[in-house]
Design a protein around this ligand. Structure first.
Ligand code: SAM
Ligand code: SF4
Ligand code: SF4
Length: 347
């Protein structure tokens, strides 16, 4: 285990939130745009032609992102993940990766993508300093996948992206699959078999009530327990110890040897107690929870000329006031609250 990821190894200069959680991971959304319209994330009816995405001048520049990343690193963040929207929609993402790979104190630099771009970009990202690739794929069956991405994108191209990422040394590749009842639960076993055979780590994710546009209903959630039973019945599983405190996936290995699989139970078994994640939106707002309604405007501070010490103090003060545990409270106190979209805040 890397010391960076430790929940307990906390330097004096690193802030803790009101529940004693350190800041360890920073998820950076580099754009709110995407070339897919996954029905559970950016449904076409809402994210159609007339939808107002952030104007270019409101996006953080790469220099601004790198500067903030360095300030976050000074406060204890050691893992960075680029996300969105679709991060590869941002021109020259490789340039940003190169800048972030130079930030002292960062020892993990990962990208979450839908894997729909020309394969040449993988080598460029790896050369720029990317360490790990996570690819989202919700089905092996073309008809099911196309209905979910809603732009007719084929499975084969994403599978090629996964293989090329592994070949480029960005593995083991994690493959995110959001499971929705009545939509793709029949794809759990084919996906598990396929990814296992090739040494990729499938992560089955409970459909979450992020944002307010995806028509989420509790009835549409296939719970982690149900997902586990489906896989375990054909390929018996044994639990693995978490790699570090705060890891979101429950990890299992296949009992007959070889391979790992994760289940992310954000709805049925929330893990807020160990949540060390901060999120930076594409327009520079700091969110301390995936379900937060408001973010602290770091872009305004940056553009008003704040120095690093001032930025650091502002971020520390937000973190020290953090009391988020939305998923733990979900059913009791959060029904009907407004929420920001995942494509904006970064998944
Ligand atoms: N576009 C990239 C992608 O799809 O990998 C990165 C951004 S996407 C918002 C990040 C992850 O969030 C994806 O793996 C996606 O499947 C997941 N996601 C989006 N909406 C979700 C929801 N309602 N419940 C669970 N996971 C969701
Ligand atoms: Fe785009 Fe990713 Fe959301 Fe799908 S999950 S719409 S690929 S941002
Ligand atoms: Fe962290 Fe918020 Fe998710 Fe809880 S609901 S695990 S605090 S992001």
């Amino acid at each position: 285990m890397k010391s960076c990821a430790s929940f307990f190894n906390i330097a004096m200069t690193q802030p803790l939130d009101t529940l004693g959680r350190p800041l360890r991971d920073l998820r950076i959304s580099v754009t709110d745009r995407c070339n897919f319209r996954c029905t559970y994330c950016m449904p076409k009816e809402v994210f159609g032609r007339g939808y107002q995405f952030l104007p270019r001048e409101e996006l953080l520049s790469f220099e601004e992102i790198a500067r903030l990343a360095a300030v976050f690193a000074g406060l204890g963040a050691c893992k960075l993940r680029l996300t969105g929207g679709e991060p590869l929609m941002r021109r020259d993402l490789e340039g940003l990766v190169a800048m972030l790979s130079q930030v002292p104190g960062i020892d993990d630099l990962a990208l979450t993508t839908n894997g729909s771009f020309p394969l040449e970009r993988i080598a460029a990202l790896q050369a720029a300093g990317l360490k790990r690739m996570t690819v989202s794929l919700d089905a092996l069956d073309d008809a099911v996948f196309k209905a979910m991405n809603d732009v007719d994108f084929p499975v084969a191209a994403v599978l090629d992206w996964i293989e090329a990422s592994a070949a480029a040394g960005l593995g083991p590749v994690k493959v995110n699959m959001v499971v929705q009842r009545g939509v793709n639960e029949g794809e759990i076993l084919p996906m598990a078999r396929y990814m296992r055979e090739r040494g990729h780590i499938l992560r089955l994710i409970e459909f979450m009530d992020v944002g307010s546009t995806n028509g989420w209903r509790l009835d549409d959630v296939v719970t982690a327990r149900q997902i586990y039973e489906i896989v375990h019945a054909e390929m018996p599983l044994e639990p693995l110890q978490p790699n570090y405190r705060g890891e979101v996936a429950e990890r299992y290995r296949y009992a007959d040897g070889g391979g790992e699989i994760g289940i992310i139970a954000s709805v049925s078994q929330p893990f807020c107690g160990d949540c060390t994640r901060a999120r930076l939106s594409a327009d520079g707002k700091l969110f301390t929870c995936l379900f937060a309604i408001q973010g602290a405007d770091l872009r305004a501070l940056l553009r008003e000329g704040a120095g690093n010490a001032e930025l650091s103090a502002a971020i520390a003060s937000v973190w020290q006031r953090r009391a988020d545990r939305y998923s733990e409270l979900r059913s009791q106190q959060t029904a009907g609250l407004p929420k920001v979209e995942m494509s904006y805040i970064g998944g």
